[in-house]
Design a protein around this ligand. Structure first.
Ligand SMILES: [Zn+2]
Length: 251
């Protein structure tokens, strides 16, 4: 299976209605079935994290496919069939097709509510709005910023303090920072850093210095660091985090 590319700025195109989608899905399943020589049980999804996945069954293949493939031209349907048949090279065709149609890929919301923004000590909605106005000219308004849903185990050696998740377009901050002993500029810095990743991911075609789950790469590119220098308390925030990491990790 493979997931969606990072969200772009294409205006979202409407998904087909159910009445429209079902007969087309049946056609697509028949087409795939003919190409594979196997019964294909097709299920359409709106799941942007997994655009294509399949499972072999004793009586054929169960295929889960994002709606956007209903519009796929013949070459892409053939690539789908090759992919299901185990040809990993076909993945490139599917990826470039999904890139071209990413406006149709809805943001997937993991099970559960939107991110919680109001903590006991810090309201991340207010932090987000203030930083967006001060440093981003409103460009990162559409990114969701909140407290991470499932904090890591207290015994873990590493702690993911904050980051930008490009798949969900959200910035998550570790709840260990929602404490009265944490200076506000430290929370500001972590949110600012993650929003900078979001801003660069939306404007820059090149690879960004973080992975899909929002973990930063070991080094940030010079362009990132140059913009990060606009945050006046960056060094002080770093010092505070380094000095307090072990107590944050204990939770
Ligand atoms: Zn980073």
């Amino acid at each position: 299976m493979f997931g969606a590319p990072a969200p772009g700025r294409d205006p979202a195109r409407a998904l087909p209605s159910r009445e429209d989608a079902l007969p087309r899905a049946a056609d697509l399943a028949r087409h795939m079935s003919a190409l594979l020589g196997l019964p294909v049980h097709l299920r359409l999804t709106d799941n942007r994290a997994t655009l294509v996945s399949y499972r072999r069954l004793s009586d054929g293949v169960r295929l889960r496919l994002h709606h956007l493939f209903l519009d796929a031209p013949d070459s892409v349907v053939r690539a789908l069939a090759l992919y299901v048949a185990g040809d990993t090279a076909a993945r490139e065709v599917l990826e470039s097709f999904s890139h071209a149609h990413q406006g149709q890929v809805r943001r997937e919301r993991r099970p559960g509510a939107p991110l919680r923004t109001r903590g006991r000590c810090f309201d991340l909605k207010a932090v987000h709005a203030r930083l967006d106005a001060a440093y981003f000219d409103g460009r990162v308004h559409g990114v969701e910023v909140g407290w991470a849903r499932r904090p890591g185990r207290r015994t873990r050696r590493t702690i993911h303090l904050g980051g930008y998740d490009a798949r969900l377009r959200e910035v998550r901050v570790h709840p260990a920072l929602d404490r009265p002993t944490v200076p506000a500029f430290v929370v500001d810095y972590l949110v600012f850093h993650a929003l900078l990743h979001a801003d660069l991911a939306a404007t820059d075609a090149g690879p960004d210095a973080h992975d899909a789950a929002g973990r930063c790469a070991a080094e940030h590119p010079p362009a990132f660091l140059a913009r990060e220098a606009a945050f006046p308390l960056r060094e002080a925030a770093w010092r505070w985090l380094l000095e307090n990491l072990s107590s944050l990790r204990r939770g």
